[in-house]
Design a protein. Structure first.
Length: 221
């Protein structure tokens, strides 16, 4: 099975690749859509410039396309990049987003390929726990929810994170996996990495009740 993977460089897109590899599938391409708008409905934008290096760390061919980020139109940019690939389907890291899943399925239907969502409707706490046990190094680079303050930026998803996010989920009803944009991550290392991403310099931007960690310089080691 030859598949491409929709790739943001975050925990769920990387973990979906990990699962597909365990199934014995061949990941031919990592596909990144780079939205000009930070509030894209479909695609991540935080530290999206790091995806090329992470793809190199994973040793998988990387392709990208810049999108205006307009709602409904941005899916056409994904279709344009997929139509030229010789693949049986595409993988995405969607867990609970019907908006993302249905639009990817529509693209796949038009292109006569399959859509695969290895994490779809799985227990969210279990997903994070499995990522930790597998050895993935996921860092929080964006937060936008009650209970998540500036101190969360730069934290790693570990056993303490599981305990803390569980408490906050009960108190504020936030999505444990960050599917509602409560937090965003970047994956720096893991069992399928040939090299690891090292952050050399970064800056933190904070405004009122949300903020992000912007990676300025990095290298592979």
């Amino acid at each position: 099975m030859n598949v491409a993977s929709l790739f943001s460089g975050g925990k769920d897109s990387v973990f979906s690749i990990y699962i597909a590899k365990q199934w014995g599938w061949n990941i031919t391409h990592l596909v990144t859509i780079i939205p000009k708008k930070k509030n894209s409905w479909m695609f991540h934008s935080l530290n999206i410039d790091q995806t090329k290096k992470i793809a190199q760390a994973l040793d998988i061919q990387y392709i990208n396309k810049i999108s205006e980020g307009n709602k409904e139109e941005e899916v056409e940019d994904l279709k344009d990049i997929l139509r030229d690939l010789e693949i049986d389907g595409i993988i995405s890291g969607a867990i609970d987003s019907e908006y993302q899943r249905t639009r990817i399925e529509k693209i796949c239907h038009d292109l006569k390929i399959k859509s695969f969502t290895p994490l779809w409707h799985k227990d969210q706490m279990k997903i994070i726990d499995e990522q930790i046990k597998a050895g993935f190094k996921n860092m929080i680079v964006g937060v936008s929810a009650f209970g998540l303050d500036e101190k969360w930026l730069g934290k790693y998803l570990d056993k303490k994170f599981i305990n803390d996010i569980g408490k906050l989920s009960k108190k504020y009803k936030i999505n444990i996996a960050g599917e509602g944009g409560e937090y965003e991550t970047i994956t720096l290392d893991g069992p399928i990495f040939k090299k690891k991403l090292i952050i050399d310099t970064y800056s933190i931007k904070w405004r009122r009740d949300s903020g992000f960690l912007n990676i300025e310089e990095s290298h592979l080691e």
